[in-house]
Design a protein around this ligand. Structure first.
Ligand code: 0WE
Length: 258
């Protein structure tokens, strides 16, 4: 059975109760993992308070600010993790950002800054976190990131995020090749569209969800819990032979050609 008892898991990307990262944190907790939760700090401390209240029932043993655009915060988060835990078994990367204006209209209109921002936060951050986690994954481990079909095929308006997800998926393969020798597995989950804080800010997300409900083999979208269960599987010994893969958790939508 799926058992993560005694495993220490860092979960990034929780913003609210609709976050995919929240679904993953709950399933890792249900499987017995000890959690370290990171949040994106803001000036007023609103996010810290919100995420702290949300995750309280999971009794995280670490709760740390982490903005991946700030090297000092990465250093400080991982030095706290090293001091408190000594070791990490699981790392969940659930981070992405592009300017809202770059998620509609002409892809060719994306600015250099907008392009760099999307790739920095959404793709480079996985490399950064793996580099920081590598010396702490001394007894093997599992790293899971979140991707989307728009990284392999054109999805209207996904635009620069599609390029960022393509880079992220290739990061998964290069990181898997590097970290495999220390028995660290790196995989991605390609989730179908879900209503979250990020996706709800995107025009037409409801139409996309209705399209998936009409076309996907399972005739529905997926839930954060289903993504969380797939992540828990990939992090468990049940997936001990799986690395460098992108697992579609999309109600089958990706197989359809028409
Ligand atoms: O990866 C994502 C969301 C990524 C995202 C969303 C936002 C909205 C608000 C990144 N940055 C921002 N920045 C903001 O200011 N998804 C897979 C969800 C998503 O986003 C889309 C989608 C889907 C699906 C954007 C356009 C078209 C489809």
């Amino acid at each position: 059975m799926l058992n993560l008892t005694g495993k220490r898991a860092i979960v990034t990307g929780i913003a609210n109760n609709r976050s995919i990262a929240w679904g993953i944190a709950q399933q890792l907790h249900a499987a017995g993992a000890t959690l370290g939760i990171t949040y994106l700090p803001d000036e007023k401390g609103k996010m810290e308070k919100k995420v702290a209240e949300l995750v309280d029932p999971l009794q995280p043993s670490l709760f740390l600010p982490l903005n991946v655009q700030d090297e000092a915060q990465i250093d400080s988060a991982f030095s706290t993790i090293r001091d408190q835990w000594g070791q990490i078994d699981i790392l969940i990367h659930c981070l992405a950002f592009a300017n809202r204006d770059d998620l509609s209209g002409d892809f060719s209109a994306v600015s250099r800054d907008g392009f760099n921002l999307a790739l920095d936060v959404s793709a480079y951050s996985l490399v950064q976190l793996c580099h920081a986690a590598k010396p702490l994954m001394t007894e093997g481990g599992a790293i899971v990131t979140m991707t989307y079909l728009g990284g392999v095929r054109v999805v209207p308006n996904y635009n620069v995020m599609g390029v960022a997800k393509a880079a992220l998926e290739m990061n998964v393969r290069y990181l898997a090749a590097e970290l495999g020798s220390q028995n660290v597995r790196v995989n991605g989950i390609s989730a179908g569209p879900i209503r979250t804080l990020a996706s709800s800010a995107v025009g037409g997300i409801l139409d996309m969800i209705h399209h998936v409900e009409a076309i996907a083999p399972l005739r529905r979208t997926v839930t954060q819990t289903e993504v969380g269960n797939a992540a828990a599987f990939l992090c468990s010994d049940l997936a001990s032979g799986i690395t460098g893969q992108i697992l579609y958790v999309d109600a089958g939508y990706e197989i359809m050609g028409m």
